[in-house]
Design a protein around this ligand. Structure first.
Ligand SMILES: Cc1cc2nc3c(=O)[nH]c(=O)nc-3n(C[C@H](O)[C@H](O)[C@H](O)COP(=O)(O)OP(=O)(O)OC[C@H]3O[C@@H](n4cnc5c(N)ncnc54)[C@H](O)[C@@H]3O)c2cc1C
Ligand code: FES
Length: 505
C-alpha cells in the first residue's frame, strides 16, 4: 500500500487530527480528523474517482475544492457528495459512483433529517478567502449584524495552500506566507461577536425566501439566511485544457495539487509535468519540489515566461527545464498518467512536426488560468458580461462593487481574476458600500472608501504587470444610468426592492 503522506516539509508542519478509519468499498482506510475523504484516499494511492458513462474510462479528480464535480461519490448512502470537501469521519461508508446514482436513497437531505433554520442578518458574506475575510473584518469593526459562510473546513480560500511569501505592499501582508495570513485573519474574525462564521457551509442559491446555505459539519443544517445585503466572494475555478487523454487520472488543476500537498500533506504524485509558466505554474513547481515531488519540466506555449522572473529563476536553479513555445499534446497510461508528450508550437500556434518529447510522469498539472466562480451570482439573476481580461463571465457592477441587483455586491476573484491584494481591498470597499446602504456608514468611512479606490486605481493597478486586469475591471463597470436601468428591471423582477437594500427583509 503506498503512503503518499508528507511527514517532513521545509515550511509547513502539518497538524493532523485524531486517527480515524472509514470504509471505502469494503476496505478500511486510515484518515485523520479534519482532512477530506479524497486526501485520505490519495494518501493510499487511489486516483480514480469516476468512470466515463459510455466507455468506462477511469477519471480522476481535478479541483479538490468542490468546484468541478469530478469526485462525486456516495457517502453513507447519500449520492453526489463531493468528497474533496467532505471531511473523513469515523465509520463512514464511501463508494465511488459508476454512472448516475438512483434518486431512491434514504439520505438526510430527502427524509428531512436536516434541521431547517432561518437567520435574519443585515449582511451575508459568501466566501471566506481574502476578499470575504476583509469584508467580514470590516463588518465586525462597524458592528454590523453579519454572517460569514465558507464551504471549506478552514477559512482563507487560496491563501491556505500558499507556502511562498506574498508579493504586494506591507499594508497588505507583502512578505508573509499565504497560510500564515489566513491563520491570522481567521483568528481575528473568529473572535468577532457580531459576525458568526459558518465553515463547511455552502451557499447553494438565492430563493424568494432568502439565501440557502447547507452546513455539513459539525451539525448538518439547512440555513435560510434573510439578509438585507449580500457580498459574494466565491473566488475562482481552474481551467482545463484540450489534449489527448486529458481525462486520465493524474491530470489535475495546479491548485488541486496544492490543496493535497500544502493543506493535507499528501503528495499528489511522484513526478510531474507542469503546463503553464504564469505565477501559479512556477510557484506550484517550486512547492512540488518542497513536497518531495520531482518536476520533469514546465511547458509554456507562449515564447516568454508568463510569471515573475524571480519565481522562474528559483525552479530553473533547482534543475527544472522550462520549455517555451511548447505545450502538452498527449497523456498516456491505462489506469492513470504514466507518460506525457510535449511538442513545440510555431508563432501561429501550429504544432511543429518532429519536435515531440516524452516524459515519464504520473502527474500532469494544468496551470493555464482561472475563471471567476460566478455560479451563484448568475443564479441570483445578476447581469453578466464576458470580459476575457478577467477570465470570463463577471457581473457588471458600479465602482463601489454593487451588482445589477440592488444590495448584492461582489469582490475578489469572483469579480474578475486578479490577486490577493486587490481581493483584500475590494472586500473592504464592498463592505463599506453595504454599510452605507444599511445605514452604518459615516463621513470618515466614506472617505476611507475613496482612499482605497484611489490607491487601487491610481497606484496599485497602474503597475504594468496588472495592466490586463485593470483594463478588464474597467470594462465590467457600467455607467450610473445603465445601472439605474438594471436596478429598475431587477426590482420589477422581484430581486432587490425599491427600499433597497432590503433584499429579503
Ligand atoms: C498558486 C497561486 C499563487 C498566488 N500567489 C499570490 C501572491 O503571491 N500574491 C497575491 O496577491 N495573490 C496571489 N495569488 C492570488 C490570490 O490567492 C487570489 O487572487 C485570492 O485568493 C482571491 O481571493 P478571493 O477571496 O476572491 O477568493 P478565494 O481565495 O478563492 O476564496 C474564495 C472562498 O470562497 C469559498 N466559496 C466558494 N463558493 C462558495 C459557496 N457557494 N458557498 C460558500 N463558500 C464558497 C471558497 O471555499 C473559498 O474559501 C495566488 C494564487 C495562486 C493559485
Ligand atoms: S469537486 Fe471534487 S475534485 Fe472538483
Amino acid at each position: 500500500m503506498s503512503d503518499r503522506r508528507i511527514w517532513s516539509h521545509p515550511i509547513i508542519s502539518f497538524k493532523r487530527g485524531k486517527r480515524i478509519f472509514f470504509n471505502f468499498e469494503g476496505r478500511l482506510v486510515e484518515a485523520y480528523e479534519g482532512e477530506s475523504i479524497i486526501a485520505a484516499l490519495y494518501a493510499i494511492g487511489v486516483a480514480t474517482f469516476s468512470w466515463s458513462p459510455r466507455f468506462k474510462r477511469p477519471r480522476g479528480a481535478f479541483c479538490m475544492i468542490g468546484k468541478c464535480s469530478s469526485c462525486l461519490s456516495t457517502v453513507n448512502g447519500v449520492p453526489n457528495t463531493r468528497i474533496c470537501v467532505e471531511l473523513a469521519k469515523e465509520g463512514a461508508f464511501i463508494e465511488r459512483q459508476r454512472g448516475p446514482p438512483s434518486m431512491g436513497f434514504e439520505g438526510p437531505l430527502f427524509n428531512n433529517q436536516v434541521e431547517k433554520v432561518e437567520a435574519a442578518v443585515d449582511l451575508l458574506i459568501i466566501g471566506g478567502g481574502p476578499a470575504g475575510l476583509h469584508a467580514a473584518l470590516t463588518a465586525s469593526v462597524l458592528g454590523i449584524k453579519a454572517a460569514l459562510v465558507d464551504e471549506g473546513a478552514r477559512l482563507g480560500g487560496q491563501l491556505i495552500k500558499q507556502t511562498h511569501k506574498f508579493f504586494g505592499t506591507r499594508d497588505y501582508y507583502g512578505g508573509a506566507r499565504g497560510f500564515e495570513i489566513a491563520e491570522k485573519l481567521s483568528e481575528n474574525i473568529e473572535e468577532s461577536p457580531n459576525v458568526p462564521v459558518y465553515r463547511n457551509a455552502t451557499a447553494y442559491g438565492f430563493f424568494s425566501e432568502g439565501v440557502g446555505v447547507i452546513v455539513r459539519y459539525p451539525k448538518p443544517m439547512n440555513i435560510v439566511f434573510k439578509p438585507r445585503a449580500v457580498i459574494v466572494c466565491t473566488g475562482a475555478m481552474e481551467r482545463g485544457l484540450e489534449f489527448e487523454n486529458n481525462d486520465l487520472p493524474g491530470v489535475m488543476g495546479a491548485g488541486g495539487a496544492q490543496t493535497l500537498m500544502n493543506r493535507y500533506g499528501v503528495r499528489p504524485g511522484d513526478k510531474a509535468l507542469v503546463v503553464g509558466s504564469g505565477n501559479v505554474g512556477l510557484i506550484v513547481s517550486y512547492q512540488l519540489l518542497q513536497a518531495g515531488v520531482k518536476v520533469g519540466a514546465v511547458v509554456e506555449i507562449a515564447h516568454s515566461i508568463g510569471g515573475w522572473f524571480v519565481h522562474a529563476a528559483k525552479v530553473v536553479r533547482l534543475g527544472v527545464p522550462i520549455y517555451l513555445g511548447h505545450s502538452i499534446v498527449r497523456a498516456m497510461g491505462s489506469e492513470r498518467v504514466e507518460e506525457a508528450v510535449i511538442q513545440a508550437f510555431d508563432g501561429e500556434m501550429n504544432p511543429i512536426p518532429g519536435t515531440e518529447k516524452q516524459f515519464n510522469v504520473d502527474l500532469v498539472l494544468l496551470a493555464v488560468g482561472l475563471m471567476p466562480d460566478y455560479t451563484i451570482l448568475s443564479q441570483a439573476g445578476c447581469v453578466m458580461k464576458w470580459v476575457s481580461e478577467l477570465g470570463g463571465l463577471v457581473p457588471v457592477r458600479t465602482m463601489y462593487l454593487e451588482t445589477s441587483i440592488p444590495g448584492l455586491y461582489v469582490a475578489g476573484d469572483a469579480a474578475g481574476i486578479e490577486e490577493a491584494t486587490t481581493a483584500f481591498i475590494e472586500g473592504e470597499i464592498a463592505a463599506i458600500s453595504a454599510a452605507e446602504k444599511l445605514g452604518y456608514a459615516n463621513a470618515d468611512l466614506l472617505r476611507r472608501r475613496e482612499k482605497l479606490l484611489d490607491f487601487l486605481w491610481n497606484e496599485y493597478r497602474q503597475a504594468p504587470v496588472v495592466e490586463r486586469a485593470r483594463v478588464g475591471k474597467l470594462k465590467a463597470i457600467v455607467s450610473e444610468e445603465e445601472m439605474e436601468e438594471h436596478w429598475r428591471r431587477s426590482i420589477a423582477n422581484g430581486l432587490g426592492s425599491p427600499r433597497s437594500p432590503h433584499i429579503f427583509q
